[in-house]
Design a protein around this ligand. Structure first.
Ligand code: SF4
Length: 702
């Protein structure tokens, strides 16, 4: 059925692929969602999650409809007016800030927030409250990639675009299962491989996933050995003469120290450490070395690690020694898990960032932002990161937390500790669309937010593509757009600069802060975005092309010297080592048809059918030793907690390694399916991203 003229272009609210959709409202206030055939990312195609998006929008049975408040921790939540809710919140925040300083309060937000929401949060917290205690669940997702890009290329700038997929003749997919988690992008890879069978695909993953069906070589490495693998690939490339000495001499720094490092370990020794065949490793290096266009894609397997930055840097090194960056079909493409993790990075929406890629440690940058905002001085000290916030709540340094658009009591590592922390918090505000998150049990104030298609704003996908998302239908009950909630609160706090007449006014203020930076979009209006469909930053309003598909085409990088930095990162092991008590390595991840903590996709019966219940993947050899049959219940325990799930026996996982899906939280009060009961909250020392992909566990038949 064709769409009517009122179908509005928007963007899918799930993963960072950022597919274009058409949203058509009906007279009942429901919507119909289909793929946008004109959108360059997906040309009308949608994955299972996108195809069922309309059901999650139209089923409003779980929606929060009005503000609620409890007057004492022991009292139930009761309905209040917006003024009452925000005045009490402002009074409590003001009291804590006066008594304990601005670092006694924090916001914990989400990579699903729109750019305008991130911007207001950042301005409110860093400019006017005077603390950098604003972090988001993007910390759990891509902060290692951010640091890797900054250290190697000078700024957090994804150099490539999706069109490079069709121009590459060798793709390395590592620590990612895009066939399930970034499906529409993967369909482009599948189509490219079908049309060009000589294109080589290397998949690196401890599990045999659907992504492996396309692989010319699958390196089923031991979890945590990525840096060793990257170094061995580099050694083979160097030995074979498959590096670009001209690029290295002209445009990079650090090669000699790096070369010395990678030659310290033989390829055979590295293959042994990684648990892969040396011949396969050499074959993969041969594919990279022979490529005209070498494109890498990665996500949580590299990022969610205590050595996540090292993993990122060691992968980026492969591009720098081969000169495979800044040209068609080549470069490192980090895939973001959330729809607007990139937009959050643009406005500086993490506790150690400032808007438009400015640096918190740079006094001039802080002054620029302060003057632009007309705020008080910006604090130099980075704020608490995601896991640090909950530690600070637990030990009392943090008194109040405001949680926006995220469900930390399912998604944080070592989540029972986070639960204990929220129980101790003096004041908790939860701003959400859904009544399902477990956080509501701890909330002093609950604020109902408008959902996707009920508010307008912008997002940026994994290839720096900014899109406009229109408000198509009214929000239910008294729910308000997040920016409206935050601006009303800021005004209750007595702050100036939050009297925006429109959401676009917020957006334009953000664009003005980008003027003269590497992500300059100054003056790009909603009207121009709508007319273009989308643009890739940097972009000068009115220019002929829709932005900048590829960065560093002149091989000038954003480092002080203009050269890319090859970091000779050593392979270190910092994860929780398996031992006799906890002999298995646990890794976690996503399933094909679910999104994060299932508050949206869990509402759709068709999506639930793919994996109705939580499970653990176990190799049959391990299952035999444990005397566990397919489908039998297993207790999985770590030093932090346990879960009880059905065993799924598969030769697709290495012996000694087990896999739990991340999506399940509490069900009817039971947390026995919640993977993060057992995961470790150890973090990378620089990116502060947790080690979701590695912790030691024991399995016992229940
Ligand atoms: Fe949405 Fe991602 Fe699926 Fe595209 S690939 S439809 S953005 S979930």
């Amino acid at each position: 059925m064709a769409h009517s003229a009122v179908a509005l272009p928007s963007t899918c609210c799930y993963c960072g692929v950022g597919c274009g959709v058409l949203v058509e409202p009906d007279k009942q206030g429901d919507v119909r969602v289909t793929g946008n055939p004109d959108y360059p990312v997906n040309r009308g195609a949608l994955c299972s999650k996108g195809l069922h998006l309309q059901y999650t929008v139209n089923d409003r049975r779980d929606r929060l409809l009005f503000p609620q408040m409890r007057y004492a921790k022991s009292r139930p939540l009761q309905r209040v007016s917006w003024d009452e809710a925000l005045e009490r919140t402002a009074a409590v925040f003001t009291t804590f800030i006066r008594q304990y300083g601005p670092d006694s309060v924090a916001f914990y937000a989400s990579g699903q927030c729109l750019t305008e929401e991130y911007y207001v949060l950042n301005k409110l917290m860093k400019g006017f409250i005077g603390s950098n205690n604003l972090d988001t669940n993007s910390r759990l997702c891509m902060s290692s990639a951010v640091v890797g890009y900054k250290m190697a290329l000078g700024e957090d700038s994804v150099p490539v675009c999706y069109d490079d997929i069709e121009l590459a003749d060798c793709l390395l997919v590592t620590g990612a299962n895009p066939a399930w988690c970034h499906p529409i992008l993967w369909r482009r890879v599948e189509a490219h491989k079908a049309a060009n069978p000589a294109t080589k695909i290397i998949v690196v993953d401890p599990r045999v996933t659907d992504t492996c069906t396309l692989a010319d070589v699958h390196l089923q490495l031991l979890p945590g050995t990525d840096v060793v693998l990257h170094q061995a690939l580099a050694r083979v490339l160097i030995e074979n003469g498959d590096i670009d000495l001209n690029f290295i001499e002209q445009h990079a720094e650090g090669f000699e120290a790096y070369k010395k490092l990678v030659f310290e370990r033989s390829v055979a020794e590295a293959a042994d450490l990684c648990g892969v065949a040396e011949a396969d490793l050499r074959r993969a290096a041969g594919y990279i070395g022979a490529a005209q266009g070498f494109l890498s894609m990665w996500t949580m397997g590299l990022n969610q690690s205590v050595v996540g930055v090292d993993k990122n840097l060691s992968l980026l090194n492969l591009h720098l020694i081969t000169g495979q960056i800044g040209k068609p079909g080549a470069g490192p493409l980090s895939l973001t898990g959330q729809p607007n993790a990139m937009g959050g990075r643009e406005v500086g929406g993490l506790s150690n960032l400032l808007p438009a890629h400015r640096n918190l440690a740079n006094a001039q940058h802080r002054t620029e932002v302060q003057q632009f905002w007309g705020s008080g001085p910006l604090a130099e000290k980075p704020g608490y990161t995601a896991t640090e916030m909950f530690e600070a709540l637990e030990d009392g340094r943090l008194k109040a937390i405001w949680i926006v658009c995220t469900n930390p009591l399912t998604s944080l590592p070592n989540v029972r500790q986070a639960e204990a922390a929220l129980a101790k918090a003096r004041f908790v505000v939860v701003q959400d669309i859904s009544s399902k998150p477990e956080t509501l049990a701890y909330a002093d104030v609950v604020l109902p937010a408008a959902a996707w298609a009920e508010k307008e704003g912008t997002m940026t996908n994994s290839e720096r593509r900014i899109s406009y998302l229109p408000r198509v239908v009214a929000a239910p009950g008294e729910a308000l757009p997040d920016v409206e909630i935050l601006c009303r609160f800021a005004r209750k706090m007595g702050f100036s600069g939050f009297d925006y007449a429109t959401t676009e006014a917020i957006y334009l203020e953000h664009t003005r802060l980008t003027a003269g930076t590497t992500l300059d979009i100054a003056g790009l209006t909603y009207a121009e975005l709508r007319q273009r469909g989308s643009v890739q930053w940097p972009y000068r309003p009115g220019q002929a092309a829709s932005g900048t598909p590829r960065l560093f085409t002149d091989h000038r990088f954003y480092t002080p010297s203009g050269r890319a930095q090859i970091h000779p990162v050593a392979a270190t092991f910092r994860s929780e080592a398996p031992d006799l008590d906890f002999p298995f390595i646990l890794t976690t991840g996503r399933l094909r048809d679910q999104w994060h903590t299932m508050t949206k996709t869990g509402k759709v019966s068709k999506l639930r059918q793919h994996s109705p219940q939580a499970f653990i993947e176990v190799h049959p050899h391990d299952a035999q030793a444990l005397q566990v049959q397919e489908g039998e219940l297993v207790t999985v325990s770590s030093r932090r907690g346990s879960v009880r799930v059905a065993a799924r026996l598969t030769t697709g996982i290495r012996p000694g390694v087990v896999f739990l899906p991340m999506h399940w939280g509490k069900i009817l009060g039971s947390d026995l399916h919640r993977a993060n009961n057992v995961t470790s909250n150890a973090v990378d020392p620089i990116s502060k991203e947790p080690d979701f992909k590695f912790c030691a566990v024991q399995l016992e038949k229940y």
